[in-house]
Design a protein around this ligand. Structure first.
Ligand code: CU
Length: 147
């Protein structure tokens, strides 16, 4: 086998190798107000949990959330899109994983406001967080998880 053929054989072997068992990181795009720093804290939290997060600063956050199906009174401080869903606010990663494995027929989930002690926020948690499921068909939000 000359060197060139060896190279081709090696390349072929590489292509035929099974894909690594480790899943590719989940990609997410997070929109936030330019001044928001707890939003960066939340992005860092997700990265630590294996997500690949692109942060985009915008002055139209409320509009982006509304279009994604989040009612005004349930908006969190940032709006993230991943795998066909919207995830609004400081939602714990366990609840995102639940969403991605259950894949319900909803637009997404939201943790309204900026509760103390939630991922990316300072302070200590005083009770379970209520995370709502929202749809785009005008149906009232329902409780998706208490975490
Ligand atoms: Cu925040």
């Amino acid at each position: 086998m000359n060197r060139r053929n060896f190279c081709q054989a090696a390349m072929l072997a590489l292509t035929l190798l099974p894909l690594p068992a480790v899943a590719a990181p989940m990609r997410a795009t997070l929109y936030k107000n330019p001044q928001c720093s707890c939003c960066e804290g939340y992005a860092a939290y997700l990265r630590k949990n294996g997500f690949e997060v692109t942060v985009k600063a915008t002055n139209d956050l409320a509009e982006i959330s509304r279009k994604a199906g989040i009612p005004d009174d349930l908006q969190g401080c940032h709006t993230m899109f991943l795998d066909g869903y919207v995830v609004d606010g400081h939602v714990p990663v366990e609840v995102i994983r639940k969403l991605l494995s259950e894949r319900p027929a909803i637009a997404g989930i939201t943790l309204p406001g900026m509760p103390e002690g939630s991922p990316g926020m300072v302070g200590s948690k005083s009770g379970p967080f209520t995370i709502y499921a929202v749809t785009k068909d005008g149906a009232p939000p329902t409780i998706y998880a208490n975490e």
